[in-house]
Design a binder for this molecule. Structure first.
Ligand SMILES: [Zn+2]
Length: 152
């Protein structure tokens, strides 16, 4: 094994090597190779070979900047999935809840008091804070003394 590692190191010297994207692609190619044992499709074989060629090209590439950029893109695309990997819920319901909660929090932020509602006086336009969810209430504007009924 030691000899193999030295051989690998010599081969990969100055090359890009294996990153997260290559590890992922290797896993996919192993799955495809395993699938090829049971399903002898031409397309599957072509895809497997193309994928392996792509992995080798990335591994032996000397353009580290480009490869690192690809890897970064891959990590960004899969970051949600990897974060939720350990969770109990499925990936879809997890993000759905997250997005829903986020929009709820954003919508609720400007209105600090959820038990009150801000109305505008129909004549002078003054802001009036009224209790919310109590039905029809009689409101008297403190600025112009207008009395009006509003459902809240
Ligand atoms: Zn008024």
């Amino acid at each position: 094994m030691g000899k193999f590692n030295m051989w690998m190191q010599r081969i990969l010297y100055g090359r890009y090597g294996i990153d997260s994207l290559n590890k992922f692609l290797l896993t996919v190619s192993f799955v495809l190779i395993a699938a090829g044992l049971f399903y002898h499709g031409k397309i599957l074989r072509i895809v497997t070979v193309m994928l392996l060629i792509y992995i080798y090209c990335r591994m032996f590439s000397r353009n580290h900047v480009m490869r690192a950029r690809e890897n970064q893109k891959f990590l960004e695309m899969t970051s949600d999935f990897r974060k939720n990997k350990g969770g109990s819920g499925s990936y879809r319901s997890g993000t759905g809840y997250g997005a829903g909660y986020g929009s709820y929090a954003r919508a609720a932020r400007p209105q600090k008091d959820k038990d009150h509602k801000i109305l505008r006086c129909p004549t002078c336009g003054a802001k009036l804070r009224v209790p919310k969810g109590v039905g029809k209430i009689n409101i008297t504007c403190p600025h112009c003394n207008l009395k009006f009924i509003k459902k809240v």
